[in-house]
Design a protein around this ligand. Structure first.
Ligand code: SAH
Length: 361
């Protein structure tokens, strides 16, 4: 799909035309990744963070956050809970917490693998090559690192460098693939300062990076962050600024499905947060094929406040599981069994006969 066509969809407001986009995305989803919805148990293992991201509520400078790092035993208990609930994957996410040491994390990964056999996805921020290689060797299967926006100036503004070294998440994504990970990335929709051109280019990047997983959600303002406190200071003029709405997020989900037909695409918690009534369902009807129920223990879950009023904040893991099962059944879809590896990665590997394929940004 060409840039102009992507951009045209992003600014489309005609309800009938949009129905056509939803219908196309749903058909491509059904054809390439079937009716199965895969569930991943999400455990937020630490909210300690070295970074000062302008969007994120657990940024280092936010003194109001009470910080935690889960113990290996606590994480292993969440993994067992994920197995009981029938999930095939455990996603471990955290702030950029350098107290999560390479060897400790390697031990946690090996332990979960041997005790449960779950597929393991990591989302621990920008870590060193040595860390990423060690964790892959320990048994981690997948890594999620959103590039957040492909507009470099905007990214650097909202994601200050650590120790004076600006991050290049595209380079890290290429390395993750070289190291043998299934690679996931994505963006926030409606970041103050994000234009329609930026967002159309982001979607082109999904295709160019040949992503195995794509996570997109609306930007949700957090009052204790620069973007939450002073959105007007960062926003573009009204007709250029992408709104952080559910409909705009549905458009990005649908377009992501069209440019990456075989990717695993979650209907995200951020989307369910801004449209509690039906965000999750519409996401699944407009391109998504994955849901990530939270299995973090309640005492920690409320402290992992990357944005306020997160959906399902006060639900138990068991309640979330029942509710999501009902949602999937009502849509006439089935629950995916097993690991739910990305059909995109499986196809790339069988085509290449090996793992590989770098893309230069
Ligand atoms: N430290 C890890 C994990 C961050 S949380 C990392 O940086 O990769 C995972 C995702 O939540 C982020 O990549 C970001 O896209 C999203 N996120 C953070 N703050 C948000 C906010 N205020 N609104 C919406 N999404 C947010």
């Amino acid at each position: 799909m060409k840039f102009e066509e992507i951009r045209q969809w992003l600014v489309e407001s005609d309800a009938d035309r949009l129905e056509e986009l939803w219908r196309r995305a749903d058909a491509v989803r059904a054809e390439h990744v079937s009716d199965a919805v895969f569930l991943r148990g999400l455990v937020e293992i630490s909210n300690i963070c070295a970074r000062e991201c302008y969007y994120c509520g657990i940024r280092a400078g936010n003194a109001d956050v009470s910080r935690y790092r889960m113990s290996a035993d606590e994480i292993a208990a969440c993994a067992r809970r994920a197995v009981e609930l029938g999930y095939g994957t455990l996603v471990m996410q955290s702030g950029e917490d350098f107290g999560i040491r390479r060897d400790w994390m390697g031990d946690v990964i090996r332990r979960i693998k041997s005790e449960t056999g779950l597929a393991i996805t990591l989302s621990l921020g920008e870590r060193s090559d040595a860390d990423l290689i060690a964790w892959r060797a320990a048994g981690a299967d997948r890594y999620l690192l959103r590039f957040e926006t492909s507009n470099k100036a905007l990214f650097n503004r909202i994601h200050p460098a650590l120790n004076g070294r600006p991050a290049d998440r595209f380079e890290i994504l290429n390395k993750l693939r070289d190291f043998g990970y299934e690679v996931g990335s994505g963006v926030m929709v409606g970041i103050p300062g994000q234009s329609y051109d930026d967002l159309a280019r982001d979607i082109e990047w999904f295709h160019r990076l040949d992503l195995d997983m794509i996570g997109v959600g609306p930007f949700v303002p957090h009052p204790d962050t620069p973007l939450g406190r002073e959105p007007a200071k960062y926003a573009l003029p009204h007709d250029e600024q992408v709104p952080a709405t559910d409909v705009m997020t549905f458009k990005v989900l649908a377009l992501a499905r069209l440019v990456c037909p075989r990717a695993n695409i979650p209907s995200t918690t951020a989307l369910a947060t801004i449209n509690k009534e039906s965000g999750r369902e519409f996401g699944l009807m407009r391109g998504a094929n994955v849901v990530m129920p939270n299995v973090t223990p309640a005492e920690y879950r409320c402290k992992y406040e990357i944005y306020p009023d997160k959906a399902c904040l006060h639900e138990t893991a068991g309640h979330c599981a029942t509710c999501i099962d009902d949602t999937i059944a009502a849509l006439g879809r089935t629950i995916g069994r097993g690991r739910g590896d990305s059909p995109n990665r499986l196809r790339r590997e069988s085509a290449a006969g090996s793992i590989g394929g770098r893309v230069q940004p």
